[in-house]
Write a protein that binds this ligand. Structure first.
Ligand code: ADP
Ligand code: MG
Length: 243
């Protein structure tokens, strides 16, 4: 079976800066894949290229058997690409439920149906009791979950999560990990950017390490964390103990 997502020789230049350099990755249906790497490695840029926020300078992107390289973001969302933003983009002056309805309207044109879908997603993400508070009144961990809820409401085939577990307490991060597993168990494929290896490695089926815009290493998490290239580029020697 073909991969759900494939990038082929993707480059992104911002003036003289090369943010993505010949990036070819693939994500199979039903996988949880971790995209990791130091700050500035080009992870969010690659997400933007996959989601269709930017067209790549060069290369192509295939999603669900179709070349989407030049397809606008809204159309990719219709095809099943759902994403969160590293910087939380919830509509702060709207309630939690209304934020999720915005996502649900992508696939439900009847408001009653969109509302029902939004309630279902709030139950699923553990936000049901917060449905009628303003997004601005949520604590940071809940705002991250709201981002995930809004993306889920679009009924994606592929969910792109950009650092949704970063900056959370260990307990909150474990709740997030459980939610990602639950999402995958519904049949949704997950590609997640995380900076914190300790959180993401036990969760993912496969890890892809970006460094300086390039794919440095990819493989099973246990192999990736032991790879000397990864240790020197990303973990730093102080983390190598016991690896
Ligand atoms: N819109 C942009 N314009 C110019 N430079 C950018 C833009 N977006 C990202 N960059 C640069 O591209 C590089 C990769 O950034 P990013 O993809 O955000 O990395 P990561 O998410 O891995 O931390 C960084 O050097 C960043 O400053
Ligand atoms: Mg980033």
């Amino acid at each position: 079976m073909t991969a759900l997502l494939e990038t082929r020789g993707v480059w992104q230049r911002f003036g003289g800066l090369v943010a993505n350099s010949d990036v070819s990755i693939s994500v199979g249906r039903g996988e949880i894949v971790g995209l990791i790497g130091p700050n500035g490695a080009g992870k969010s840029t690659l997400f933007n290229l996959i989601a269709g926020v930017l067209p790549p300078t060069q290369g192509s992107i295939l999603f669900d058997g179709e070349d989407v390289t030049h397809m606008p973001a809204a159309e990719r969302c219709q095809r099943g690409v759902g994403r969160t933003f590293q910087v939380v983009k919830s509509f702060e002056t709207m309630t939690v439920i209304d934020n999720v309805i915005v996502g649900a309207l992508v696939r439900n044109t009847v408001m009653r149906e969109a509302r029902r879908k939004a309630h279902e997603v709030l139950e699923f993400t553990g936000l049901a009791t917060r449905a009628h508070v303003l997004a601005s009144d949520l604590v940071p961990a809940e705002k991250r979950r709201l981002e995930v809820a809004r993306a889920l409401a679009t009924e994606p085939k592929l969910l792109l999560l950009d650092e949704v577990l970063t900056g959370l307490t260990p307990t909150e991060a474990q709740t997030g990990v459980a939610l990602v597993r639950k999402v995958r168990d519904t049949g949704i494929t997950v590609l997640m950017v995380e900076h914190v290896m300790e959180i993401v490695m036990p969760l993912v089926d496969r890890a892809i390490v970006l460094d300086l815009g390039k794919v440095l290493v990819e493989g099973k998490p246990a192999d990736v964390v032991r790879d000397p290239k990864v240790i020197s580029a990303y973990l730093g020697d102080r983390h190598a103990v016991g690896a």
